[in-house]
Design a protein around this ligand. Sequence first.
Ligand code: PAF
Length: 287
Amino acid sequence: MEIVGTIEEVRKFVSRAAEAENVIGLVPTMGGLHGGHLSLIDAAHEACGYVVVSIFVNPTQFGPNEDMDRYPRTQEADLDACRAHGVDLVFTPTVEVMYGRGFRTVVNIAELAGALCGRSRPTHFAGVCTVVAKLFNIVGPCKAFFGQKDFQQAVIIRRMVADLNFPVDIVTCPTVRERDGLAASTRNQYLSPEPRGQAAALNAGLRLAAERIRQSHPTAAEVINAIRGHLATAAPGGKVEYVQIVDPLTLRDVEVTEGEVLVALAVKFVGARLIDNILVDSRTAGP
Ligand code: PAF
C-alpha cells in the first residue's frame, strides 16, 4: 500500500494503475475509519482493480462552532485498517496541499445544499462539494463510493457530477449499523454511555415510520409526529433538530407518503449531533 501526501504522487501512481487497465475506485474519507468506511472500501474492491482512499479532515465543511478541532485523527489505526482491507493508495494531504495560497473557488449546489442538514449547517455542503470536486480532479476515479447515512451528501454529489460533467460513477452503499441499529459514525465515539444508549431510538423511530408508511400511507405530518413522540420517550436526552419526509431526488418536503420517500432526521445529544434516514417505498413490503 502506498501512502502519499502530494497531488503529483497521487497522479503518478494512479496513472500507472490506469495504464495497466485498472478501474480506479475512490473512497473519500475524513479518517476515523469505522465499519461504514470499511464497507465502502470493500465495495470499491468488488468493482475496481485499484482502490484509493483519501484521508483529509476538510476544514471548509465545518462551521465556526463545530467539531473540527476535536474531530478524531486516528491516522495509524486508519492506515492499518486500509492495509487490512487491501487498499492500494492512501492520500493524506495537508490543508496547504488541498487549499493553496489565494484559494477562492467554491462549488455550491444552491437549493439542495440548503435543505435538511443545510438549514443548520449553511456552508457545509459547499465545503463538501468543493473538496470532493478537487479529489475527483486529483485522483480521476472511474467510481467513487459514499454511504447512504449521508443521503443528502450523496444526492448533492450526484447533482454536481451531472452538472459539471465529471466522468465518475457515484456508488451509494447501504448504511452500516451497530447491533442496536445506531448508524456507524465517527462521531458516535463522542457519546457517553447514557446518550449512546438513547441514540438507538433514531433508527427505531425510522423503522416504525417505515412500517406505518407501508401499512396505511399516512400524511407526512402524522409520521413526523409519531417519530417525534417516539424520540421524546426513548431519547429524552436528545434535542431534535429536524424530522422531515422529502422527495429523495429534490429533497423537498412531501405532504403525502406515497411512492418513494426519504424519512430523515438529525438529533443533538450532549457531545454529538447524529443523523440518520430511511428510504421507504410505500408500494413495497419492505425488508
Ligand atoms: O463523508 C465524509 O466523510 C466527507 O464529507 C467527505 C465526503 C470525505 C468530504 O470531506
